[in-house]
Design a binder for this molecule. Structure first.
Ligand code: GDP
Length: 197
């Protein structure tokens, strides 16, 4: 897919205020610092489109972008912030849950996982949650440039083993690096394939 145009539309906390759900929607989520903003900017080839974690004030919002006037890209607030109060965590949970249940055009959620780690409970719990809701999702292992391919493969294999304990079928799995641009073609081709099927 060629990205002709990617534009910010709106940020809010309410599904009712999200754009009219008349186009397929792809959401990105993961633990804070997983590289979500960097990945979105790499996919869209726009440096400052998604705000990186160093920009305060963006964390608890549902951020909508429109791509090629054909599909919505959504930057969801991440989980696992060390310094977040229980109140904010509950707010996050409520908002995200509502979004997943009510956003009728939601087509696929990309769950981002840092490829440098062995399976983390927080990520496995999130996958469990989203899988049980029946929402189509795929996993993207980020920051692959930070280590050898052997290490990345070993960590992904460990995740596959953990997921197989619960699920018969595994979701599509991608690898990405926002510095080497690994994964860009594959992820965009996957979105295009769904959009045109
Ligand atoms: P977010 O909190 O998930 O949006 O994460 P960011 O995109 O802000 O990235 C967190 C940190 O990881 C930043 O310092 C990024 O420069 C760095 N980072 C993100 N993705 C990559 C990657 O693919 N490779 C490398 N080497 N660093 C990355």
């Amino acid at each position: 897919m060629i990205i002709k145009e990617a534009k910010f539309v709106i940020s809010n906390t309410k599904v009712s205020l999200c754009p009219t759900p008349d186009k397929p929607e792809y959401a990105f989520i993961g633990r804070s610092n997983v590289g979500k903003s960097s990945l979105i900017n790499m996919l869209m080839e726009q440096k400052g489109l998604a705000k990186t974690s160093s920009s305060p004030g963006k964390t608890q919002l549902i951020n909508h972008f429109i791509v090629n006037d054909e599909w919505f890209l959504v930057d969801l607030p991440g989980y696992g912030y060390a310094k977040v109060s229980k109140g904010s965590r509950d707010e996050w949970r409520k908002m995200i849950n509502y979004y997943f249940l009510k956003r009728e055009n939601l087509t696929c959620v990309f769950v981002l996982i840092d490829s440098r780690h062995k399976p983390l409970k927080q990520d496995l719990d999130f996958i469990d949650y989203i899988g049980k809701l029946g929402i189509p999702f795929a996993i993207i292992f980020t920051k692959t440039d930070k280590q050898s391919a052997t290490k990345t493969d070993a960590n992904i294999a460990a995740y596959r083993r953990s997921l197989r304990e619960t699920w018969d079928e595994l979701p599509p799995i991608f690898q990405s690096s926002s510095t080497s641009r690994e994964g860009r073609d594959e992820i965009l081709a996957y979105i295009e394939e769904i959009n045109t099927s």
